[in-house]
Design a binder for this molecule. Structure first.
Ligand SMILES: *Cc1c(COP(=O)(O)O)cnc(C)c1O
Length: 375
C-alpha cells in the first residue's frame, strides 16, 4: 500500500538500488580485485555490450555526456569560424561544447509536437561554414531523423542521445542514425552510473579510431601525439556498475512507458483533457520517457501547488539557450525562436521513473484536478 501522504519525488534512485544492489556490489568486487581503475577490461566489456544493445559497430566509453559531445566535435575538426546547428531548447551542454571549441552555435527552432529540431529550419540555416548538426532526442523521443538526414546532405549529424538510450527510431537505435552518437550516464539518466560517464557511438571505423585517440590526448601509441585531444576516459568502476545495470534497462523503459500511458488515461478520465496536454507519441519515434513532460496553463502556480502536496516536478528547461547571458554575444533576441520560448513557459515534467507506483500517479493527477477544477 502506498502511504496517502508520503512525498512523491520527481526521481528517487533509492528505489532502484534495492533492485540492483547485489549485482552492483558483485561488479564492484571485480574491480576491487583487479585494482585497475581507468579504461581496461571493464570499459572494453561495457563498450562491447553497448555495441550489441545499440546495434552499432563502435562504442567508446567516455567521461560524461558533455565530454562525448565535445570529443565528437573535436574529432570532426570543429573550430573557429565553423557553425554548428542545434536548438535552443536543450540542456546547456549541447551548445556549450560548440562555444568551447571557438565555433558558433546556430540555433534553429523546435517543432511544437516533439520538442525536437525542425528539419525545415535546419535546411534554411545551412551555410558553407556549417560543420555539424546536433539534433537532441529530447525527453527520450527521437527527432525526425529521415527529414533531418535529407536536410543535412553531407554535413555530419552528431546525435545528442543523452536522454534517449534505448530509444529506437523505426527500429534503429538513436546513436546509430547519424555520424556519431553521444550518450550520458549521469546518475538520473535512464541508464545511470554512480557518478559521471558517457559513451560515443559510430558506424564509421576511421572516425571511431579518431574518437578513441581523442579520448586519450590524441595519443597513439603511448606518448606519441598526432593531434590535441583530452582526458575523456571512463572509469572501470563506472563501467562495471553500468554493465550490472544494462540488463535492466529495457524493463525500466517498459515501466516508464506504462507510466506514461497511465497518466494519459488518467487525464482523460478526470476531465483534464484540453487543459493538460500530454506528450504526443509520434509514430516510429520510440519514446523512452526519460522525462514525462506535459504542457499546462499556469505552469509555475501548478508546480508550487504540487510542491505543497509533496509532489515533485521540474521545468526542463526554463530558459532557452539563446536567452542565456553567456550566449548574449551571439546576437539573438527574445522572439527569435517562438516555439522554444513558448515551451519554456508551458512545460512541466512529472514523476515517471520506473518505480513510481500507479497509486502515486493517481495522487499526482488528483492534485492537478484540485488545482484546475477545484475539487
Ligand atoms: C544530460 C545531458 C547532457 C550532458 O550529459 P552529462 O553526462 O551530464 O555531461 C547533454 N545533453 C543533454 C540533452 C542532456 O540531457
Amino acid at each position: 500500500m502506498v502511504n496517502e501522504t508520503a512525498p512523491i519525488p520527481l526521481f528517487d534512485l533509492k528505489r532502484q538500488w534495492r533492485q540492483v544492489e547485489a549485482d552492483v556490489r558483485a561488479a564492484l568486487e571485480r574491480v576491487f580485485a583487479t585494482q585497475q581503475f581507468i579504461l581496461g577490461p571493464e570499459v572494453a566489456a561495457l563498450e562491447k555490450e553497448c555495441q550489441e544493445y545499440l546495434g552499432v559497430e563502435h562504442a567508446i566509453g567516455v567521461s560524461s555526456g558533455t565530454d562525448a559531445l565535445l570529443a565528437a566535435l573535436m574529432a570532426l575538426n570543429v573550430g573557429p569560424g565553423d557553425e554548428v546547428i542545434t536548438t535552443p531548447f536543450t540542456f546547456f551542454a549541447t551548445a556549450g561544447v560548440v562555444v568551447r571549441l571557438g565555433a558558433r552555435p546556430v540555433f534553429v527552432d523546435i517543432r511544437p509536437d516533439d520538442f525536437n529540431i525542425d528539419p525545415a529550419a535546419v535546411a534554411a540555416a545551412l551555410t558553407p561554414r556549417t560543420r555539424a548538426i546536433i539534433p537532441i532526442h529530447l525527453f527520450g523521443q527521437a527527432a525526425d531523423m529521415d527529414a533531418l538526414r535529407e536536410a543535412a546532405g553531407h554535413v555530419p549529424i552528431v546525435e545528442d542521445c543523452c536522454q534517449s538510450i534505448g530509444c529506437r527510431y523505426h527500429g534503429v537505435s538513436t546513436g546509430a542514425l547519424g555520424t556519431v552518437g553521444c550518450f550520458s550516464f549521469f546518475p538520473t539518466k535512464n541508464l545511470g552510473a554512480f557518478g559521471d560517464g558517457g559513451l560515443l557511438t559510430t558506424n564509421d571505423a576511421e572516425l571511431a579510431q579518431r574518437l578513441r585517440d581523442t579520448r586519450v590526448h590524441g595519443m597513439r601509441p603511448r606518448y606519441v601525439h598526432h593531434f590535441v585531444g583530452g582526458n575523456f576516459r571512463l572509469d572501470a568502476m563506472q563501467a562495471a556498475i553500468l554493465r550490472a545495470k544494462l540488463p535492466y534497462l529495457d524493463g525500466w523503459i517498459a515501466r516508464r512507458r506504462e507510466g506514461a500511458a497511465h497518466y494519459g488515461r488518467l487525464f482523460t478520465e478526470v476531465g483534464l483533457e484540453g487543459i493538460v496536454m500530454p506528450p504526443p507519441e509520434l509514430a516510429g519515434r520510440g519514446h523512452v520517457y526519460h522525462q514525462y513532460v506535459v504542457r499546462v496553463p499556469q505552469r509555475d502556480a501548478l508546480r508550487e501547488f504540487l510542491a505543497g502536496r509533496g509532489i515533485g516536478s521540474e521545468v526542463y528547461y526554463p530558459i532557452a539557450l539563446h536567452q542565456q547571458a553567456c550566449f548574449a554575444s551571439l546576437g539573438y533576441k527574445s522572439g527569435d525562436f517562438p516555439e522554444s520560448e513558448r515551451a519554456t513557459d508551458e512545460v512541466l515534467a512529472l514523476p515517471i521513473f520506473p518505480e513510481v507506483e500507479a497509486a502515486e500517479r493517481e495522487r499526482v493527477v488528483a492534485a492537478m484536478v484540485e488545482f484546475y477544477l477545484g475539487s
